[in-house]
Design a protein around this ligand. Sequence first.
Ligand code: HEM
Length: 422
Amino acid sequence: MELLNEIKGKIKGFVEEEGKSLFETLINKHPDEFFKVLRETKPILSVPGKFVLVTRFDDVQEALSRPEVFTVKPYQRAMDPSVGPFMLARDGTTINSRDKGIMRAVLRREDLPQVREMVAGLARQAIEQGARDGQLEVVSMLSRMVPVKLTGEYFGFPGPDVETMKRWSYWTQYDMFHNQDLSELVHTNNVRSGHEMKAYLLELATQRRKEIAAGKPGNDVFSRLLETHLPDVIGFDEARILTNTMGLLVGGVETTSAAIVQILDQLFDRPEQYEALINAARQGDDATVYDICWEALRFNPINPFVVRLCAEDYTLAAGSSRETLIKAGTPVLISGRSAMMDSHQVPDPEDFISGRPAYHYMHMGYGLHTCLGDHVSRVQIPEIIKQLVLSGKVSRAPGAAGQLDFKGGPFPESFSVCIGSC
Ligand code: HEM
């Protein structure tokens, strides 16, 4: 606590947040200044009886490379009763290795050109339908809309309607990744969403099986899973298919939406880099568009850290001046955001340098639980941004509408842009 107070004193313009602890305020309002001081003074911060926070690049990667020590058990509370046992809540188990292997096989890399085309078409349609008087509210009209529709078209899970899909995605993501206060309401809504999704998918599976039997198989991920015949001994049964299909919606919407608006927000403040992105988009230079987007996201990634539970006493960064014994049972907050700003591994981290090596980025996690939708996201996020900037002269909307607004919740809820002049 004393240390946090000391850190608070070092941060220019620090303002206490009402109803929040000092730690929460530091993380919410001043994450980069907070992590920078920690990396230099106390890179592995122990708050006794509460948690350990890991901030240096090497230590983040060490912790995420030891899933048997730093386990994903904390995810089970929200995932198991909703979508059922899921890869992200299991380490070194069949559920993780078998399910991830099968899911990686059906989410074929060869699909990516087709995914890009789908995303481009969905984004153009969303922009055309969503723009009002030269303004577009990106979250409701584009950044949530396209991944929901892609979940329908490519993953084969269209849902009853877009609003229901957004509701299922919202409550499941909220409880699984952002319910630090353990709100019962959030948990109940998550579990209900899981049950509703399961009931919906069961009916859809029956319908798809009839189509498959009639010789009309779909070319989407859900249909591919239903068509996959593995011996019973493998254990990849109907329940596994449903859980993993639900995981595609849970994992893919709020994450993508947050990334899109947070990238745009960064680029609007950097005219030179934004200009470079527009030029690359006009030339169809997808690699450069991607590089600029990934670098912009480093300045405001979707999450400050991932959470693990330490399963056995472990000395992190052993042999270095920062070595710290972490006791079994301690929650551990592992900060990819801080790691990506660590000058010991990432040169000139405060400068915007697009085209940094891929291994400097941890937007999609690291180690065993690296994102399943990694390759899809590397296409989907930049392609949506590309289509937006190709739709006209796109700039931040004036006033409050043009600022990222979380409306007190865990996800960006509104962010407006002008297309043309407004
Ligand atoms: C098509 C979209 C997406 C899908 C289907 C998806 C799905 C998943 C799944 C199933 C996992 C668990 C993997 C495992 O346990 O081995 C995962 C992990 C992860 N995903 Fe995604 N995801 C998507 C998009 C994104 C985006 C856009 C981001 C960030 C910009 C992201 C960040 C992460 C991170 C950081 C993890 C690791 C979590 C941890 O270590 O605790 N994902 N994702």
